[in-house]
Design a protein around this ligand. Structure first.
Ligand SMILES: [Zn+2]
Length: 378
């Protein structure tokens, strides 16, 4: 904590010294080829929960699955060092790794890995909620809602993006945007929030009417008295959406927890870590990972209070073949090198907190994570 106060003090001092610059002026950034160095990222602290029920065999009521799209171990490490050596996710005590290969490719895309997390079955790249031969695979909401649970998704991608889409849609190709939106009225989710209101207005009128017959469509965060809510913010873009991800994670938890029943399943995606890594933008990777960590803090604080909530944080794949070259934790300097502008087949990290967290402290397939979640939601 002292370190944090000192760093914040230095940051404030730097901000005062260059008072004509916005706060961002304290961040310095150098890019040369596939290498980037960044320092002076505004630090945000972290949260350490108590570990009273962590790893216990206690009853599970709720599961919150948090997917950092493209978030490899280096993305976590670069955010950790840039943030002065702390993150909420790295304060947790249970870690594992996840193998992400798809059915037809050693390097997965987000549709196949999202489908594995959502359905417990591996499929081909580009398939969304279907098997390689196009058959619908049951997703977690379809498996647990009939048992008496409620389900929701939150993402900084579009509603039809591969990761949120895998939890409600069944289409043979992730590019079938109109059909993916068309799967919403019949899906099992009580809460959906992702980008954005402009994308929604572009969908066919018949699709919107069918959605509005089932969902209260809202454009502002808040607490709504409705069976099902679709919350569409004006934007989910980097640097433009404010605290959308942590705030909407809280909104989804409050909405689903109020439903009662046996409990809930919530998937939260930090979608833009991937997009920043595709562009080899180190500052964007760090900024998006720190934003995702704020949403993790919201989930962890809820789980700590609830005592029957399992939080699982992982990724669908690594993006950018990212490695650290050098750094210095005190000023938060990180130098990284990117091996590619695409996805890589590396293991991705998994962090878990809550009862049964130790079930995930191993090297496992993305599809295994899904099947374990379903077996815990009895
Ligand atoms: Zn990607």
């Amino acid at each position: 904590m002292k370190k944090l106060i000192l760093s914040l003090g230095l940051l404030l001092a730097a901000a005062t010294l260059f008072a004509q610059e916005p706060v961002l002026g304290a961040v310095s950034k150098e890019v040369s080829g596939n290498e980037a160095t960044i320092s002076g990222v505004p630090q945000q602290g972290s949260y350490t929960p108590d570990f009273k029920v962590d790893g216990s065999n206690g009853k599970i009521r709720n599961v919150i699955l948090m997917i950092g799209d493209g978030m490899g171990i280096t993305h976590v490490a670069s955010a950790f060092y840039a943030n002065g050596g702390e993150l909420t996710m790295t304060n947790l005590r249970t870690m594992g790794y996840v193998c992400t290969q798809s059915a037809d490719n050693f390097t997965t895309d987000s549709a196949a890995s999202g489908t594995a997390y959502a359905t417990g079955s591996k499929t081909n790249n580009r398939c969304l909620g279907t098997s390689p031969d196009g058959k619908a695979l049951k997703n977690i909401p379809e498996k647990v809602v009939p048992k008496g649970y409620f389900a929701g998704v939150v993402s900084t991608d579009d509603v039809h993006g591969a990761t949120p889409g895998a939890f409600y849609a069944h289409q043979p190709n992730r590019k079938m945007v109109a059909e993916i939106w068309g799967d919403i009225p019949g899906c099992y989710l009580s809460f959906i929030s992702a980008g954005d209101s402009k994308v929604y207005r572009k969908q066919a009128e018949a699709t919107r009417k069918a959605i509005e017959a089932k969902y209260k469509v809202v454009y502002e965060p808040g607490s709504y008295d409705a069976d099902r809510v679709l919350y569409l913010p004006p934007t989910v873009k980097c640097g433009e959406r404010g605290n959308y991800l942590p705030e909407t994670t809280q909104m989804a938890i409050d909405f689903l927890a109020a439903k009662g029943g046996k409990g809930f399943f919530l998937m939260v995606e930090g979608a833009r870590i991937d997009k920043e890594a595709h562009g080899n933008r180190l500052d964007g990777v760090i900024g998006e990972t720190l934003d995702f960590d704020k949403a993790i803090e919201v989930a962890v604080r809820f789980a700590e209070k609830d005592r029957h909530t399992l939080v699982i944080i992982s990724a669908d794949h690594e993006t950018g073949g990212m490695s650290l070259k050098s750094g210095n934790q005190e000023p938060g300097t990180v130098a990284a090198v990117f091996a590619s502008k695409g996805h890589s087949p590396m293991f991705v990290p998994l962090f878990a907190y809550g009862p049964r967290s130790r079930d995930f402290a191993c090297i496992q397939q993305n599809s295994d994570v899904s099947n374990k979640i379903v077996s815990l939601m009895k």
